[in-house]
Design a protein around this ligand. Structure first.
Ligand code: SF4
Length: 374
């Protein structure tokens, strides 16, 4: 597949700007923000696909990663009201839930003795819950499944629970690490541009706080992921700015594992009038992020959000990871109108999906150590 890229250099339909970008990618040179904008605005889908695939195969060959995980969403009660959120409820509002500690333990018990390697915990920012509460839950999970990797709490949840406990960021993150926190998911980043952020989620933690939390986590040895919510009111320049800030932080710490573009879904939220972008736009976005974020080891397509078929297609657009098997425990996207209301795939299905794309399925743990090759 990589041979296609060399044909590009002799393609007479490409202008000098596009040829220059292609030659940078072929010689493993970093592309600029202007180049990324060109890829978004001016180039054909086939062009970005070939470049992104070149980067992807240089890094990982045909390897396509997934992991066995389950999700716990402790609550959808949240002090904030982001416009794009289909999930949030206030205390006592219809549709609000909060699992008790016993209910959470019951969920975890179901996975004892199975091959899951990760639990992913994210939810609303509950006004009454602090770091000690969530820390004790992590501790109990590790008592039930000692080897499990706990990837938990967006920067937004962390900001709130650490402040509520009156600790510094560093103290709070170290305390959570002591309880058993292993890594941090990438949520809450949305779009870093301050004006857009004000428009869609003006109450939640600021961009600089999101970045500071991840940097501090990295500095105390907690790796993390990063996301970008796209396809709403932002423009391409805002996506590039977002990725620029991530690339700069990654240059400092090298502790981000994965970049996960998250598609805005329109059902049941106050931004529904904005609509949704097309699958072509999703694929272009994966490709540009793979090409631009040269210091991120992995690009992930979160299949419960884009659907299984688009996830399969994304493997030709720079994506090398399609997340986990996931039980039917995630409501974040099912409440926002994704096609599949109770997303789940077993290992057989996920391996089949990858193999149909003529890629090699690799089961990984959270930190991309190989668990099994299929
Ligand atoms: S996106 Fe997160 S922080 Fe915003 S309202 Fe929804 S649950 Fe709360």
């Amino acid at each position: 597949m990589n041979s296609n890229i060399f044909n590009i250099l002799t393609d007479k339909s490409l202008d000098n700007e596009q040829l220059l970008i292609a030659s940078k990618v072929i010689s493993n040179k970093r592309i600029s923000e202007k180049d990324a904008l060109t890829l978004y605005k001016k180039t054909e889908l086939g062009f970005v696909s070939v470049l992104a695939n070149y980067v992807r195969e240089n890094l990982h060959g045909d390897k396509t990663f997934f992991n066995r995980n389950f999700h716990i969403e402790p609550t959808n009660i949240c002090v904030y009201s982001c416009s794009f959120c289909s999930y949030v409820r206030k205390i006592n509002q219809k549709g609000a839930w909060e699992y008790s500690v016993d209910q959470i333990i019951e969920i975890v018990e179901k996975y004892k003795g199975t091959s899951v390697t990760e639990v992913h915990i994210v939810g609303g920012v509950h006004p009454k819950r602090d770091l000690y509460y969530y820390g004790s839950i992590i501790k109990k999970i590790k008592e039930i499944i000692p080897h499990i990797h706990v990837k938990a709490f967006t920067a937004i949840e962390l900001d709130f629970m650490i402040k509520k406990t009156k600790m510094s960021l560093k103290e709070g993150l170290l305390k959570l690490k002591e309880y058993g926190l292993d890594s941090i998911p990438g949520g809450g980043a949305e779009i870093f541009d301050e004006d857009i952020r004000k428009n869609i989620c003006d109450q939640k933690s600021t961009t600089s706080m999101w970045l500071e939390i991840h940097e501090t986590a990295h500095n105390v040895g907690i790796p993390s992921n990063a996301t970008m919510l796209y396809g709403h009111v932002e423009e391409y320049k805002h996506r590039v700015d977002h990725m620029k800030r991530l690339r700069e932080l990654q240059d400092k710490t090298s502790m981000f594992n994965t970049f996960i573009p998250l598609k805005y879904r329109k059902e049941n939220n106050s931004m529904s009038h904005v609509g949704e972008v097309s699958t072509i736009e999703d694929l272009r976005n994966y490709a540009v992020s793979r090409i631009y974020l040269d210091n991120f080891p992995h690009i992930k397509a979160y299949w419960p959000m884009i659907g299984k078929q688009t996830a399969q297609l994304s493997l030709s657009f720079g994506v090398d990871d399609i997340d986990g098997t996931i039980d039917d425990t995630t409501k974040i996207y099912s409440m926002a109108g994704v096609e599949d209301n109770s997303p789940s795939m077993n290992t057989y299905e996920i391996v089949k999906l990858i193999k149909e794309s003529k890629r090699q399925a690799i089961e990984r743990d959270t930190l991309y150590n190989i668990v099994k090759k299929y």
